[in-house]
Write a protein that binds this ligand. Structure first.
Ligand code: 1CP
Length: 355
């Protein structure tokens, strides 16, 4: 495998010195890019796109051709794991993901099987290998999965949800059953992430998009505890380098200290926190990734630069910061504004890394 030409992301995640702050965007391959929409149309459906290693590779690389990004992220979805556990994932236009067999009873939880990484998820590993080959060491490749709690919300609800009635119903009424489900999903996710590392992923991110919907106590018991279980089971080194792990709980600002003790290397931070406060709270335990409000990209180029400057100033001097949006880029964003954002991070961050 070719040596990395740009390893800023890996260095910053491990709080090692860098020349400028590395930057990438959550959902950087996506509908805001006309070339993504063209490849998706060619694929037929979103799942066909995920299941074709060549096309998944193509859309993974597309944002890197436009912008000087410091990382690629595997093009796939968090819901591939429940799909591989037999739930039957499909997408309806404008309505988001759905499962034909949601998990809504004790029998359904008990019937859940462990997915086989080769037979059921081999297409993801093929995509990782194809992307690594195509990247040829340009930037590191991030692999990812959903957190067990976030995956469970989709598995129990059968779709996206506003108030999590069914999954929280299960959590309150049958906590033991919820634990059996979360433990199964955690074991599947651990194997899935390790298989991605074996295939060539150089950093890992766990997306806990819905952890912020929980009470502090339930967050600890039903989300964080299972992410800790996963982190303990991960391969942390590959190709002679550390494989950093980023943990992102959207809306998890209240719980940074606990998250920093989870064994991960970095925390993803949404835009509801000030990075100076976040840095003070986690000290030198973990790096921080974030946290520009994605809506900033609707503003003028001048305002985008000012907001980037503000986030850089809030983190302050030194390494340990990976610039990102606080959540995924919106489909309506002007691709030129995304470019202004990425270039502003490199240009304006240099003084923070001198000396
Ligand atoms: O129409 C389309 O083309 C599909 C839109 C889309 C895309 C571009 C979906 C469906 N998934 C993805 C890709 C995706 N999903 C990536 C690719 C890598 C990247 O460029 O960042 C990643 C990392 C994800 C992860 C993901 N999927 C999350 C966690 C991150 C987050 O945004 O909070 C979640 C919650 C999902 C579920 C999902 N898949 C797709 C949609 C529209 C959703 C969200 C549904 C909901 O809001 O409940």
């Amino acid at each position: 495998m070719s040596p990395l030409k740009n390893d800023r992301l890996l260095r910053a995640l491990l709080r090692e010195p860098v020349d400028v702050t590395p930057v990438w965007m959550m959902r950087q391959a996506g509908r805001y890019l006309p070339e993504y929409r063209a490849t998706r149309a060619k694929a037929g459906s979103f799942m066909d796109l995920c299941k074709s290693p060549e096309l998944a590779c193509e859309v993974t690389i597309q944002p890197l051709e436009r912008y000087p990004l410091d990382a690629a992220i595997l093009f796939s979805d968090i819901l591939t794991v429940p799909d591989a556990m037999g739930l039957g994932l499909y997408f309806t236009e404008g309505e988001g993901p759905k499962f034909t067999h949601p998990v809504q009873s004790e029998a359904a939880v008990n019937a859940l099987g462990m997915p086989d990484m080769q037979d059921d998820l081999g297409y993801v590993m093929d995509a990782v290998r194809t992307i690594r080959h195509e990247l040829d060491g340009r930037v590191p490749l991030i692999g990812f999965s959903g957190s067990p709690w976030t995956l469970a919300t989709y598995m129990v609800e059968g779709s996206s949800s506003k108030n999590f009635a069914k999954v929280k119903g299960m959590m309150f009424n049958s906590p033991q059953l919820m634990h059996v489900l979360l433990d199964k999903v955690s074991r599947a996710v651990t194997a899935y992430l390790n298989a991605q590392v074996d295939a060539g992923a150089q950093a890992l991110m766990i997306f806990d998009t819905w952890g912020g919907a929980l009470t502090p106590q339930h967050y600890q018991t039903f989300s964080l505890a299972y992410m800790e279980q996963i982190v303990r089971g991960l391969k942390r080194e590959a190709e002679g380098r550390k494989v950093p792990v980023i943990l992102f709980t959207k809306g998890g600002g209240l719980w940074l200290e606990q998250m920093a003790d989870s064994g991960c290397d970095a925390l993803g931070i949404d835009w509801t926190l000030n990075l100076a406060d976040a840095r003070r709270r986690v000290g030198d335990r973990v790096a921080l990734q974030g946290n520009l409000d994605p809506c900033t990209l609707y503003a003028s180029p001048q305002r985008i630069r000012e907001e980037v400057a503000q986030v850089l100033e809030s983190y302050g001097k030194g390494s340990g910061h990976v610039f990102n949006l606080g959540h995924g880029i919106h489909p309506e964003i002007d691709p030129e504004h995304a470019g202004v954002f990425v270039e502003a991070v490199h240009e304006l961050s240099r003084p923070y890394h001198l000396g």
